[in-house]
Ligand binder design. Structure first.
Ligand SMILES: [Mn+2]
Length: 294
């Protein structure tokens, strides 16, 4: 079987999704192996029929595989340059990491592209960690700095939404005290209240057509019992079924223009269950992408 079975097209014009692999994990603070995720997901996709969990065909969701941007010196700068035009194809860009630092250049490009067009860029960051450190492990490009860089690159604090958070550095706690207009939804809040209030709040906040949304999904938002294959597993996380449905609701109701999926580490995984979770979640999202296009 071919990768992504019948979904791959060689002509970008026929595609709905552009898949970009970012196999870089040198900004991890603990466990590595996320560099293997793009190719592992491609390989596993050979075994996955193009149907959702409810048996809906996603064959219309044609994918153009851009390939990988391999690890190199000044990686984040190289990615920024290579992907400057990725949003101008008017397709859905799907970035597979890599550790979470790969999001820094692509979110920067997203902000600049849509801001220039008069839109208001919004970030929805689903993660166990806020990634709002200014400097970490001697780097401004650590995977713990992703959201802070997004803010530095232009995203307004009121347009930052963090979901599933449960692991804080001291500098991050201080940052939230000084910037209370960032929307922070901890995993404890979600456990106590469910997803509904958070979902309603986010949807009503960004209903206006001026908003364009970038969704960043760190697989460690899920509880490690569902997603053990990740570099910084954090206990007391989100249920994978509920989180998938939450993400689907965001896609149905909001103008999500791009997405990344990061921090899946096949090297640390067990029987590929974390990679499978990522891939199956993507197939559920593909159904919504088709529906919204038609
Ligand atoms: Mn992260």
């Amino acid at each position: 079987m071919n990768k992504f079975r019948d979904l791959i097209v060689n002509d970008i014009n026929e595609a709905k999704v552009i898949l970009v692999g970012l196999p870089y994990d040198e900004s991890c603070s603990v466990g590595v192996g996320a560099s293997k995720a793009p190719n592992t997901l491609r390989d596993l996709s050979k075994h996955l029929p193009p149907f959702t969990m409810n048996g809906k065909s996603i064959k219309e969701c044609k994918i153009y595989d851009y390939g990988n941007i391999e690890s190199c010196e000044n990686y984040h700068f190289v990615v920024e340059e290579k992907l400057k035009d990725i949003y101008s194809y008017n397709k859905f860009p799907l970035f597979i990491g890599g550790d979470h630092s790969v999001s820094i250049p692509i979110q920067k490009n997203f902000f600049n592209y849509y801001k220039k067009m008069g839109f208001e860029p919004v970030l929805i960051h689903i993660d166990a960690h806020p990634d709002i450190c200014d400097f970490y492990d001697n780097s401004y490009y650590s995977h713990a700095c992703t959201v802070k860089r997004a803010i530095d690159n232009g995203f307004k604090c009121e347009n930052i939404n963090l979901i599933g958070i449960r692991g804080f550095e001291e500098q991050e706690v201080d940052y939230f005290k000084n910037n209370p207009n960032i929307s922070l939804y901890t995993s404890k809040m979600i456990k106590d209240e469910g997803y509904k209030r958070m979902l309603d709040e986010i949807i009503s906040k960004y209903q206006d057509e001026k908003y364009v949304i970038y969704l960043s999904y760190d697989i460690d938002a899920n509880d490690p019992s569902y997603a053990p294959g990740t570099g910084t597993p954090e206990a007391f996380g989100l249920n994978s079924f509920d989180l998938m449905e939450f993400i689907k609701s965001l896609f149905v109701n909001l103008n999500i223009k791009a997405m990344d999926m990061v921090e899946i580490s096949p090297s640390l995984d067990i029987n590929d269950i974390t990679s499978w979770l990522g891939l199956k979640t993507l197939y559920e999202i593909f159904e919504i992408i088709i529906k919204k296009e038609n």
